[in-house]
Ligand binder design. Sequence first.
Ligand SMILES: [Ca+2]
Ligand SMILES: [Ca+2]
Length: 409
Amino acid sequence: MAERVVLPPSPITVLRNWRRRAILAMLGTFQRSTGMTRLGFQVVAVAMVASLAASTVIAQSTTRTAVFQESTGPVQRVWVEYRPPGVPSSETLPTVLVLHPGASSPANIAAASGWNAVADANRLMIVYPAATPGTMPTTGVWNAWRWTGAPIPTGTPPGLANRDDLGFLSALIQLLTTRTSEPADAARVYMTGFSSGAQMTDTFAGAGLSSVAAYAPVSGGWCEAYGVSTTFCRPPGPVPLWFWRGDGENSITTGGVPRSIQDQQQRDFWIAWNGASSQPSSTDSRLVTGTRTTQAGSTTVTVTHNTLVFGSGGTEFRYTEVIGGRHEYQVGAAPRIWSEFFSRFRLVQPGCSNADRNCDQQIDIDDLYAMNQSPADLNGDGVEDSRDVTALEVFLRKNEIADMTSGRR
Ligand SMILES: [Ca+2]
Ligand SMILES: [Ca+2]
């Protein structure tokens, strides 16, 4: 069956908050500063210049292509969408983007992750973007750790350095949330991925694009091992994020840094960034039986999920080590990521972090004033109250002190 992708009528502009510039006074006292200029913005036109695509429909999965105007020029991109059977095309659905690992494909990660079954049980749309431009089949890696200003990461394959995967994923979300047929809910878009796809998930989380409500990178490396400093990762506000790893991944190394160390670096970064305590707010250990799907077939296995929770709600970072887990999209992860995590979060104002209360694409003292006047549910507990103001104040204070200490300001 041939279908055409319905594109928005006008170019789409995405504000990318490259660097946060806070306006906070020293020594923990917030003051209004009128002398500061509002730096740190760059307008990136992510315009879709053409539509096209012959699509292949297999069950409820549909392969689509479109040409996006990325920073490098017009590029044809391809992805797979899944909607549960029987859902009307007019219905707006919460949507999860699932990013494949390197040398894999949307079809492979769909089979290995189990997200289509989660979609059936919870009435979701699942979108599997492909890293490689063009048409299916595709087997690329994501151009991760490419925050603005960051150096080209160690080991970047030739030809990949200029690919604008941040622009692609941002434009894809715009397309999904603005089309009239089979639309995604702009307040409830989520992102997860495995390996290279996890690294791209982290990259998107840190880029300040604010179109995704919560993230779950599964078994991916961390930027420092690729020679990229965390100082380039500057999301606008706390980022709800659930990181997963398998205890069988310890021997994987990047640039001589074992994954066990990379995972600790990632954990420490997100806890600090979100302003959470380094002491877990809760812990959980449970046996989980699920399906492990590889090219050899599917088997039923039982593993142990050991989870540490830091912070709470919208400032929450979760860290799960799977005992018996390999380098894989962890067994039993997808149903838990949806039911315990993604389903709790939504963007109050799509396109803006919930910490960016005045929606000007930067987080600063003005948001604290605005949050005092009219709280948004920053801590994700379903209530808009003074605890949300406190969450923002903690975030601003902790990161401002870190910025001054490290000389980033
Ligand atoms: Ca703001
Ligand atoms: Ca709240």
